[in-house]
Design a binder for this molecule. Structure first.
Ligand code: WAQ
Ligand code: MG
Length: 275
């Protein structure tokens, strides 16, 4: 694919607060229709219509483009939000995030990680040992951007997600975001649940176990959500932040998408402690 790509980013606000954001990498032919879709999204958000919306479009330098493969995806079925959070914590612990760091991240998401108990616009950066928050701005956080996929991957992924009844924007965008995040060697893992009140699913992701989603990682109606990236101690924060925010990554291949499994089945199969 040697066609020129554009990065397109949208940020919207409502009553002075962050409402939604989105990003994509597209060729010229899809630029206008993508812009129209992003405008519609900001106007039809589940938390109300945006009253301010910004679109930023940049031509991508082809020499800076990196290529990626999406993570494997699995849905883990748990009986309750509490159980799902406990299992998510166990998975994070397996890749080297301490119990303390897991607890700090979950507490911040529960309380609203931005000042005033609101949701952040981007992600927290959390020291995987101490649980200390490292992002420079606790309202904005770090926003992963400049991610997209080839048309061929899009078609294949759409069919695979449809077969699992998962072809929605939350899943599609989270898979791309988690895919880019997992490419950085200083990030051990990621934890996320949505800030959209009617979307209760969340996930943990790492290059070791892929993208593991939980249909109920927060209670329905909850407007606090967010993301935590767990960093190795001594990570270069400036390098990491710049890469996440501005390095363009085009995904070209899907991972394997598995049907839903129960926790015990997954844990037995993977040799994970069931606690
Ligand atoms: N970069 C970093 N953090 C972000 C970004 C980004 N580009 N976009 C959103 N966030 C953070 C921000 O704190 C939001 O408040 C929070 O994540 C949630 O964003 O079924 O829909 O777009 O497998 O509401 C995950 C489960 C859904 C999908 C996540 O996130 C599934 C979701 P939302
Ligand atoms: Mg949201």
């Amino acid at each position: 694919m040697n066609q020129q790509l554009y990065s397109i980013r949208m940020h919207s606000r409502r009553a002075g607060d962050h409402l939604s954001g989105a990003e994509n990498l597209v060729g010229l032919a899809a630029l206008e229709s993508t812009a129209a879709l992003l405008v519609r999204r900001a106007l039809q958000h589940s938390r109300g219509a945006a009253d301010q919306l910004r679109l930023v479009i940049d031509l991508v330098d082809p020499d800076s483009l990196e290529h990626g493969c999406l993570p494997d995806l699995r849905t883990l079925q748990l009986a309750s939000v509490a159980e799902a959070r406990r299992c998510a914590g166990q998975l994070l612990a397996q890749v080297g995030v301490t119990t303390q760091a897991v607890a700090a991240a979950m507490q911040a998401l529960v309380d609203g990680a931005a000042p005033g108990g609101r949701s952040m616009r981007g992600a927290m950066l959390i020291d995987c040992r101490t649980g200390e928050r490292l992002e420079a701005d606790r309202a904005r956080g770090v926003r992963v951007s400049r991610i997209g996929m080839t048309g061929q991957l899009d078609a294949g992924l759409t069919a695979q997600l449809e077969a699992l009844d998962l072809n929605n924007l939350h899943v599609r965008e989270a898979l791309l975001l988690a895919g880019k995040v997992a490419m950085h060697r200083d990030i051990l893992a990621e934890l996320c649940w949505s800030d959209d009140p009617d979307y209760t699913a969340g996930y943990v992701s790492s290059r070791h176990f892929g993208y593991l989603r939980f249909p109920q990682l927060k209670p329905s109606g909850e407007t606090r959500g967010g993301r935590a990236f767990f960093l190795r101690p001594g990570s270069d924060l400036a390098e990491l932040t710049t890469w996440l925010e501005s390095a363009p990554v085009l995904f070209e291949r899907a991972g394997t998408l598995y049907p839903p499994v129960g926790w015990r089945e997954y844990a037995t199969f993977m040799g994970t402690a069931t606690g």
